[in-house]
Design a protein around this ligand. Structure first.
Ligand code: ARG
Length: 291
């Protein structure tokens, strides 16, 4: 196939050279030659796309750039949050290990949570580490690494709330962070869950949902366990986490790092995750951010 294209290209070039020479019927020949060259180039391009669609050598590109770009939403303590101008937390710590493994610099971009997957699909970033739960729907747009953490969705209510169990959410107004699994669960678009809330208020940050809970504008907030504990710790006399979780035992969520579909970076990150798990370092990182 390749040989054939090369022959056409060579032929086309010879023809156009002849055309340039200024012989009588130049116009026609020149046009035909240009067409054939364009066709051949198109076919070559198609062939290359077909080859790269399966796996992308993102690792080579990252190493050539000397830099790896991570996107996250730094509104999710202890997984990612701001300490002054620096983005810190469990995910940035794991990300630093990934950069170290590749011998490149790490750049972290703080964006909206629901922009993280689009940033990968449009190749604006190399990976997303954002306490992101693996879902079948997300798997259609990105590839996930091995999981590094598991969580439940929990319910935060005012200390004097009449909501005492997950079933009490029925008919209530619930605050969530936009585009999160908590949002998807209470929105319950496909009716997969036995919960029917009256309304869902969606916020760019979980902390904004909690502000509205404190102000009485929503009845409850649904968010991942660890971030919920951090949020409640700021107002322990006003809000609490219900003992019963929103997600059932079978609905435990797994956090994993997302990469653009087909990126071979997934293998490098899996190695890092395995090393961190085997050495006990992952447990140390988790513990150090959750005191
Ligand atoms: N685990 C939840 C999800 O995947 C929430 C993640 C929110 N992360 C963040 N960095 N704000 O939807």
């Amino acid at each position: 196939m390749k040989k054939w294209i090369a022959m056409i290209l060579a032929g086309a070039m010879a023809l156009s050279l002849a055309a340039c020479g200024g012989s009588g019927s130049a116009a026609d020949t020149k046009e035909e030659a240009a067409e054939e060259t364009a066709e051949a180039a198109e076919e070559t391009a198609e062939e290359e796309t077909a080859e790269t669609e399966e796996t992308v050598d993102a690792v080579a590109q990252i190493q050539a750039n000397g830099k790896i770009i991570m996107v996250t939403n730094a509104e999710f303590e202890p997984f990612e949050y701001k300490d002054g101008d620096t983005i810190v937390g469990i995910d940035p710590t794991i990300a630093a290990k990934i950069a170290e493994k590749l011998g490149v610099e790490l750049e972290i971009q703080d964006i909206a949570f629901d922009s993280c997957i689009p940033a990968l699909s449009s190749n604006k970033a190399d990976f997303c580490a954002a306490g992101m739960s693996v879902t079948e729907d997300r798997k259609k747009n990105v590839d996930f690494t091995e999981p590094y953490f598991t969580t439940q969705q929990v319910i935060i209510v005012p200390v004097d709330s009449e909501i005492a169990a997950r079933a009490d959410l029925n008919g209530k107004v619930v605050g969530v962070q936009l585009g999160t699994t908590g949002d998807l669960y209470v929105t319950n678009e496909d009716g997969a869950h036995d919960i029917a809330v009256a309304d869902v208020s969606r916020y760019p940050k979980g902390v904004d949902a909690v502000s509205d809970l404190l102000a009485g504008r929503v009845d409850a907030v649904v968010i991942d366990q660890f971030p919920a504990e951090k949020l409640v710790a700021q107002n322990p006399d006003k809000i609490k986490i219900l003992d019963e979780t929103l997600t059932t035992e079978k609905e435990v969520e797994e956090y994993a790092i997302a990469v653009p579909k087909g990126s071979n970076l997934v293998d490098v990150i899996n190695e890092v995750i395995t090393e961190l798990k085997d050495s006990g370092e992952l447990d140390e990182i988790l513990a150090s951010y959750n005191q």
